[in-house]
Write a protein that binds this ligand. Structure first.
Ligand SMILES: C[S@@+](CC[C@H](N)C(=O)[O-])C[C@H]1O[C@@H](n2cnc3c(N)ncnc32)[C@H](O)[C@@H]1O
Length: 285
């Protein structure tokens, strides 16, 4: 269990993600190019089609809400919710530049969805649910707001040992400060990494036909330096550890992270493994 109450944890999440919103906007195009396959997978798993009304949980700067809006078209609509208003401001700017008028974003907590029952045809969520302190409660809320027969599709990070993209800096940080091993019961990057965990919570919340698949892929970077800069700009949980280092330690840690990334070098750049758990479930008819 986390030492913080659910309310305190949610408040710290809001602050964390608001703080890194500028970094997400700065690296937006890069991560869009690298990880858009996940958005397409989520859209397919949620069975999105023209005319549907979709809720995206923890939209951040708009993934996968913006692709969902393009998929459901002008006859459908997408609502993205997130704790962090500054992340949503970036999502709104992107919607405007894509000329999408069928998507909107509002602040809110996944654990207490401010919507009537059976308001949405489908729900999507990318890299949010593991940061929610009371996931079973959120699962019940998702089931409540979905229409019977509607699908939820969610992406969460899988096992740390398959996610060098995320764990390489953690291994270096451990050389300087105590980094507790990921607590499988506390909200955080790897809270839903274990096979079956999210699936069971969804099943217990009344979902049927729960399927999950671990999706292995790579994120490509032109150089170790760009990898380091992008991660430090966007990864709030890793930033939180980094601020505990002294000035000299920060510079040493940076050099070691960039150095250790060299092991993933290929002829065409750096290829960092990622493993994502994709879970889909249906509210019974
Ligand atoms: C890693 S970002 C992912 C953003 C986006 N879905 C993406 O994949 O690019 C996690 C997002 O989840 C949001 N979040 C965390 N806990 C939440 C909660 N309880 N309710 C709503 N949003 C939450 C954060 O504010 C943050 O924007």
């Amino acid at each position: 269990m986390t030492a913080l109450s659910p309310e305190q944890f949610i408040d710290s999440q809001r602050q964390d993600w608001n703080r890194v919103a500028g970094g997400w906007e700065k690296w937006d195009r890069f991560f869009d190019e690298q990880m858009s396959f996940l958005n397409h997978r989520l859209i397919a798993d949620a069975r999105l089609r023209t005319g549907l009304r979709v809720l995206d949980l923890g939209s951040g700067t708009g993934y996968p809400a913006l692709l969902a809006a393009q998929t459901v078209g002008p006859g459908g609509s997408v609502l993205g919710i997130d704790l962090a208003e500054r992340m949503l401001e970036a999502a709104r700017r992107k919607a405007l530049s894509l000329r999408l008028s069928n998507v909107s974003f509002q602040t809110g907590d996944v654990t207490t969805l401010p919507f009537e029952g059976a308001s949405f045809d489908a729900v999507t969520s990318r890299f949010c649910l593991m940061f929610v302190p009371e996931i079973p409660k959120a699962a019940v809320e998702i089931a409540r707001v979905l229409k019977p027969g509607g699908w939820l599709s969610a992406a969460v990070w899988s096992a740390p040992e398959k996610n060098a993209y995320l764990t390489t800096p953690l291994a270096v940080l451990k050389q300087f400060i105590e980094v507790p091993p990921p607590d499988p019961t506390a909200p955080g990057i790897f809270r839903l990494a274990k096979a079956g965990d999210l699936a069971k919570m969804l099943h217990d919340a009344g979902f049927s036909g729960v399927v999950e698949e671990e999706y292995l892929a790579e994120v490509r970077f032109p150089s170790g330096e760009e990898y380091y800069e992008s991660l430090m700009d966007i990864a709030a949980p890793i930033q939180n550890l980094f601020v505990r280092l002294s000035g000299q330690q920060k510079s040493d840690a940076r050099n070691r992270i960039v150095g250790s990334i060299g092991q993933f070098r290929r002829t065409d750049g750096i290829a960092l493994p990622i493993a994502v758990r994709m879970v889909a479930a249906r509210k019974p008819l």
